[in-house]
Write a protein that binds this ligand. Structure first.
Ligand SMILES: [Fe+2]
Ligand SMILES: [Fe+2]
Length: 481
């Protein structure tokens, strides 16, 4: 496939492929909530047929296939735009966890047959190797011979077990190991010892692998802002946000780990700022501000002096030097010559700004809520920040980020555990409800805020506002991890 040049028809297949994914995925999710008789499902099925049937009419069949992390429609690779990426990944995950790798439709289909297929898919057990055989048999019983499924193929370099508990455990491990590593490296920078660069690279490669599979745990960890050592957590969070943005805009895997490492050490220049200034709670004097504002330059000097970075050196400099420059160069350090900020620098700027404002620290006692920070970012889009990246970032974080404690209009309380893939539902994430029993809050049912009441068509639950977990003595990490 990769040897073929992209022809006009392949381009069209790719376009139809994405449309197929969007519509099929919506129908699949509809089928999770509603029963077959529901009008919503009928509407989604009809939309889906408008993509499927004309395509079959012109090509003779439709074969959607997953190979590695790509989707193909009739052997043409589906190109995914940044804003479609979450939907694309969501759809692939739904099929992958049911071990389905291919859907083939060899004749035009009716709405009822399509619904048969979707309800069979939705009812499948996760990770069952014979799911494809089961669905094919069921379709056959119903006389549907023109729809056929194939098992998901695994490739040698792919890890087979996509176990969510394991993913959580490994995400936590990478997060806390990274914190230790940043601590070690930052300490050694000041004492001029040899640095463990290899370990940094390895950890960031692991982080990339985890984020590519499912970024919810690492993003969740980054969103919990109640750790004590600001600079360490901040460094790791910036790396995680940066990788997560990078993957959404299609940066290749190898460069993602470089981006992560650059994010991890963007503030390395702060190791030279006296602790009294960094931790000062009173207003800083102009001289003290100057010292703080010098950290991008100091950081760049540190990186240049360290030979160990090798090929990573350029990326590290971009992170350290550019992260306060701003998109229109209105930040610091002031440049004598006009210069463009690199993509890596623009990504790290965004990640750094978001994380820095969202957490308590010496000169910022009251962390701002995410909604407010994202609002500022949108306001400053095109001035401080790259407008395209702001869009991607806002979609990624959602109005209520993972781990937000929220009050619902049903008077229930819950924690945001997953942000929706579709941007129209940014304010309707998945929530784990909490209920108060035996003196503390316990985790209850998981609910999806896009769910509607079947009779009235109204949303069953909506968020009224975000709550401060400290006020309720709730440790979010306990529930999220
Ligand atoms: Fe900084
Ligand atoms: Fe920073």
């Amino acid at each position: 496939m990769s040897e073929r040049t992209m022809t006009a028809t392949d381009e069209l297949r790719s376009k139809v492929g994405m449309e197929f994914i969007i519509r099929f995925y919506r129908m699949l999710k509809g089928a999770i909530f509603y029963d077959r008789q529901n009008v919503v499902v009928d509407q989604y099925a009809q939309d889906c047929l408008q993509t499927i049937n004309p395509f079959i009419k012109s090509e003779g069949n439709l074969v959607f296939k997953i190979a590695r992390d790509h989707g193909y429609l009739n052997v043409a690779k589906i190109q995914v735009r940044a804003d479609h990426y979450p939907i694309f990944r969501g759809f692939l995950n739904e099929l992958k966890k049911r071990r389905i790798g291919e859907i083939e439709i060899s004749e035009e289909v009716s709405q009822e047959h399509l619904k048969d297929l979707v309800y069979l898919l939705v009812g499948l057990e996760e990770n069952n190797e014979s799911n494809d055989l089961y669905v094919n048999k069921q379709l056959e019983y119903r006389g549907i011979r023109h729809i056929h499924l194939e098992k998901l193929e695994f490739f040698k370099d792919e890890e087979i077990d996509v176990d969510s508990e394991d993913q959580k455990r490994r995400s936590k491990e990478v997060y806390f190991k990274s914190i230790h590593l940043v601590k070690e490296i930052m300490e050694n920078v000041t004492s001029q010892k040899v640095l463990n660069i290899r370990k940094a690279k390895r950890l960031m490669q692991n982080a990339v692998n985890l984020i590519l599979r499912d970024d919810s745990t690492l993003l969740g960890l980054a969103n919990i802002k109640n750790y004590d050592e600001y600079i360490l957590n901040h460094s790791v969070n910036v790396a995680i946000y940066a990788i997560a943005i990078g993957q959404r805009i299609g940066i290749p895997k190898k460069h993602l780990s470089h981006l992560g490492t650059a994010g991890l050490f963007h503030d390395i220049g702060k190791t030279k700022i006296p602790k009294e200034i960094l931790n000062k709670t009173e207003k800083l004097s102009p001289e003290e501000w100057n010292i703080i504002r010098a950290h991008p330059i100091v950081g760049t000097e540190i990186v240049i002096r360290m030979k160990e970075w090798g090929e990573l050196s350029t990326r590290m400099i971009q992170g350290a030097f550019e992260h306060h420059l701003r998109y229109d160069l209105g930040g610091y350090p002031k440049l004598s010559q006009k210069q463009n900020i690199t993509l890596m620098g623009r990504i790290i700027t965004l990640a750094d700004f978001y994380d820095a404002l969202g957490r308590p620290r010496a000169y910022n006692r009251f962390p701002y809520v995410s909604e407010k920070i994202l609002g500022w970012m949108m306001e400053r889009s095109g001035k401080d920040f790259d407008p395209l990246l702001v869009k991607v970032f806002v979609n990624m974080i959602g109005i209520y980020p993972l781990g937000t404690l929220v009050l619902l209009n049903t008077n229930e309380m819950g924690i945001v555990v997953r942000v929706q893939e579709e941007s129209e539902f940014l304010d309707r994430p998945l929530i784990d409800l909490l209920f108060y029993q035996d003196g503390y809050y316990q985790k209850g049912e998981r609910v999806d805020l896009t769910e509607r009441d079947i009779t009235t068509g109204q949303f069953k639950r909506s968020i009224v506002k975000a709550l401060d977990p400290n006020e309720y003595a709730i440790n979010i990490a306990e529930y999220l991890l």
